[in-house]
Write a protein of this length. Structure first.
Ligand SMILES: [Zn+2]
Length: 300
């Protein structure tokens, strides 16, 4: 039963939520980078170019953090208190990171969701770099380890599905690890491949609202997918594809926590492949994902 006065509170709550949700999803309406120059960061990016903007942003972020830390230290000293520093964004949050694939695919089959009759390979082989020859499982692990370190610096607790390539963990088992740990979210890191080597871009993937296994997690998963894709695009300058909603992913269907897959870029595009093997650029990629996770929790 719902009383009338709760309805008006609910209406207000829903309005607030709508505003917050639109904060992460607003770029859907303006896919062109040039059309988004509503903030100084974006304007700077338009003027200075993508690579320069990334390092300028980092420098700005670093100096902002430093001066914020310095200010709070000074304030605490001035007040003569032992007040702790500002609470980090990730405090009290548990993030599960699944570095996609593993050294050897596992082509035994498992149900695509709880109780499903349809089955899929436990772990597909993944793609590989057309220029560098680096396998997808290595790139996903490298970025996942960087992401772990950044998230821990920001106060998050992190559970890693894997930290080496020599594992044998099916996609349903990966989701179960996140479920059993009580993770707040599951972030699955992948890279894309295409027969058309000219294709570039990044996308995120979540379930549909009518997913028979965890459709109730759609709204949160969709918002997580928007937040991660927006922040990742913002940081890296990689072309935005879209959020793909599908119920065909075992590792999504078995999840009982909000989940997204990030396809970071196309390893079948020679330039994008080389770019994603640059160590400095990898740090930017991981930082962008972490920013998206921050944005997801900030709006929660
Ligand atoms: Zn993959």
């Amino acid at each position: 039963m719902i009383h009338r006065h709760t309805i008006s509170k609910l209406t207000a709550l829903i309005l607030v939520l709508l505003v917050l949700v639109s904060a992460c999803g607003k770029k859907d309406e303006a896919p062109e980078e040039g059309a988004q120059a509503g903030t100084t960061e974006e304007a700077a990016e338009a003027v200075t170019g993508e690579a320069a903007a990334a390092s300028t942003e980092e420098a700005a972020a670093a100096s902002t953090e430093e001066s914020a830390a310095a200010a709070s230290t000074e304030e605490a000293a001035a007040a003569g208190t032992t007040q702790a520093a500002e609470v980090l964004p990730g405090t009290g949050r548990l993030v599960a990171i699944d570095a996609g694939h593993q050294a050897q695919g596992n082509f035994d089959r498992e149900p695509i969701g709880p109780g499903a009759s349809e089955t899929k390979a436990k772990v597909a082989g993944g793609t590989s770099g057309v220029s560098t020859g680096v396998p997808e499982y290595q790139l996903t692990l490298d970025i996942s380890l960087l992401l772990r370190d950044i998230l821990e610096e920001r106060g998050y607790s992190v559970i890693m599905v894997r930290e080496t390539n020599d594992v044998n963990i099916s996609n349903s088992e990966r989701a179960a690890l996140a479920n059993d740990a009580g993770a707040d979210i599951l972030v699955r890191i992948h890279a894309n491949g295409s027969d058309d080597h000219s294709v570039t871009g990044a996308m995120t993937i979540c379930q549909t609202p009518s997913n028979p296994y965890n459709g109730q997690l759609y709204a949160a998963s969709r918002r997580l997918s928007d937040c991660v894709l927006d922040a990742y695009i913002q940081a890296t300058g990689i072309r935005r594809e879209y959020v793909w909603e599908t119920d065909s992913m075992s590792g999504i269907n078995w999840a009982q926590v909000p989940v997204t897959i990030l396809e970071m870029g196309y390893m079948t595009n020679p330039d994008q492949d080389r770019m994603m093997q640059d160590r400095d650029f990898q740090a930017v990629m991981a930082g962008g994902i972490a920013d998206g996770i921050d944005a997801y929790f900030a709006a929660e």
